[in-house]
Design a binder for this molecule. Structure first.
Ligand code: PEP
Length: 258
């Protein structure tokens, strides 16, 4: 297995349906100058809503900061009212796309079958997928966490060749910890990420050692350092605390010091 040293820390900001273009510009004005010394050692990725992507890409040009969308349709084009294709996203200059966020799965009926098509389509479009997986509270309490993650990973990664597994980023996001202020304990997060890594290793050990696996769920400046110090936790997908430039900067700074 690879060591943490092989995997650069990766901190992503999921803004969800927050920030107009003007609000994104205000964040970028405050955040970009301050984060500059940290991007030498941390991969930083901003995930604004679709309409703020172009502005964010332009502001981040030449700055070693990634920009990712929060969803995409898997088809190249067609009668899919309200959807956005991967080619449309790639044209804006984004570097990646979040896929399978639990809010997409729960509120918008995103299926594992669709994700199996979205992942290879994203790689074909030159975008880095950030695949989100995670169990609900009742699934954890029933002792089903490992089985749920295996089911999600088997289904969602079905369209990728073993040689492509190392090209994606995975975010382990226990649904009960998202936006609730209830963080998984450091041990829970590290143990579950180790389970995910072992499941990927069943298909390809080298890919499993290379794949960044993030934790997401109420990561804040106050708990980031402890979580990120775990060798198996390669970074964080941050929702609420990524909306404020100082809070998000503090989380990136925590990643830079581990
Ligand atoms: C998320 O939705 O990806 C997330 C982790 O949200 P929060 O940090 O607000 O729990």
């Amino acid at each position: 297995m690879g060591t943490m040293a092989d995997r650069r820390p990766y901190i992503a900001a999921n803004w969800k349906m927050h920030k107009t273009i003007a609000e994104a510009e205000r964040f970028l004005d405050a955040f970009l100058p301050a984060v500059e010394p940290l991007v030498e050692s941390v991969d930083v990725v901003l995930c604004p809503p679709f309409l703020a992507l172009q502005t964010t890409v332009e502001a981040c040009r030449g700055k070693r900061i990634g920009v990712a969308a929060q969803n995409a349709h898997e088809q190249a084009e067609g009668a899919f009212t309200g959807e956005v294709s991967l080619a449309m996203l790639a044209e804006t200059g984004v570097s990646g796309v979040i896929l399978g966020h639990s809010e997409r799965r729960q509120l918008f009926a995103e299926t594992d079958e669709a994700l199996a098509r979205k992942l290879p389509a994203a790689l074909a479009a030159g975008l880095e997928p950030i695949l989100c997986v995670g169990e609900s509270e009742s699934e954890r309490e029933a002792g089903e966490t490992e089985a749920v993650l295996k089911r999600q990973l088997d289904a969602d990664l079905a369209g990728l060749g073993d040689d492509q597994l190392g090209e994606i980023v995975i975010a382990y996001e226990p649904i009960w910890a998202i936006g609730t202020g209830r963080t998984a304990t450091t041990d829970q997060a590290a143990e579950t990420i180790a389970v995910i890594r072992a499941q990927i290793a069943e298909r390809d050990a080298a890919a499993a050692a290379a794949t960044r696996i993030l934790y997401g769920g109420s990561v804040k400046p106050a708990n980031a350092a402890e979580l990120l110090a775990q060798p198996d936790i390669d970074g964080a997908l941050v929702g609420g605390a990524s909306l404020d430039p100082e809070d998000f900067l503090a989380i990136v700074a925590a990643a830079a010091t581990v």
